[in-house]
Design a protein around this ligand. Sequence first.
Ligand code: SAM
Ligand code: SF4
Length: 335
Amino acid sequence: MNTPLIDPFQRPISYLRVSVTDRCDFRCVYCMSENMSFLPKKELLTLEELDRMCSTFVGLGVRKLRITGGEPLVRREIMTFFRAMTRHLEAGDLEELTLTTNGSQLEKFADDLYAAGVRRVNVSLDTLDEKKFADITRWGRLPQVMRGIDAAQRAGLRIKINTVALKGFNEDELFTLTEWCAERGMDLTWIEVMPMGDIGNEDRLGQYWKLSDLRARLGQHYTLTDLAERTGGPARYVRIEETGQKIGFITPLTHNFCESCNRVRLTCTGELFMCLGQEDNADLRAPLRNNPGSNVPLEQAIRAAIARKPKGHDFDYSRQSVDGRVSRHMSHTGG
Ligand code: SAM
Ligand code: SF4
């Protein structure tokens, strides 16, 4: 039963992203509508179930766990779960335990995260302007996130900033954001806005800022060196020679990154999505909940799901329409 997870296209599955909640203390305009309805608690995997689920994946060869959401740090008692994962790091079965956060709770949790074995954190931040920050996140406040980033760096966590590239919104901050990250020793990754979920009246095509354009603008200002580094995900990296920092570009829409995909995503209700851009998923909560004494049915369900991992996604922003959109929100699958 312990052969590693390999999908039908010979891609080893070594990376699991886990959404631990669909809730969030922000309402970013590209991610959620203002009035979101959230799942009832009984639908969610409990912290013990999350432990069992993740531990089973680790037993099947997953080496990297990224915790996400919604906002992972607003889930009650989430540190209990992080601390439970420490044993896999200590045993050498897990290489990395990490998270993606909006930073609002980092001031409170940075030290605990470090103590649990987390060493790197991705913080999502789209602007350095307080007013624009309040607008884009609807409910967020920039100073709180800044205090969180300070606390995380003090605790010894390495931070990467993730910024969604939004036309007419943060185009004018390309250099200020780059330089702010350079001064603080942080890498920066730009993300193309993806067509996920109903977000109310926001205009997707209006938000879309092509990263090839962003990259060309950076290249006029700095010397960029392409890096061969691949993470098995949709990011491509360059180094800015003047600052030494790494800049990433996540371009699922303009480039197809699927051939080296090494990851699957678990939602907070225990659905496994084999591809971020496809609707197909497998229910892992039932085999987990229905068999408290044995992980064998769960392992079988995981293997059956991996055997269905598709070759790639179908996102397409070409011309006037947004094709291949998926109806669930990013906060559901955990971006
Ligand atoms: N709340 C955490 C955060 O904001 O970092 C974790 C979950 S959030 C869904 C994960 C990432 O997805 C964030 O960097 C966010 O900016 C990004 N995201 C959300 N909706 C997106 C969309 N429609 N297109 C591209 N990125 C999106
Ligand atoms: Fe919350 Fe993250 Fe979505 Fe913003 S992007 S609403 S912080 S889950």
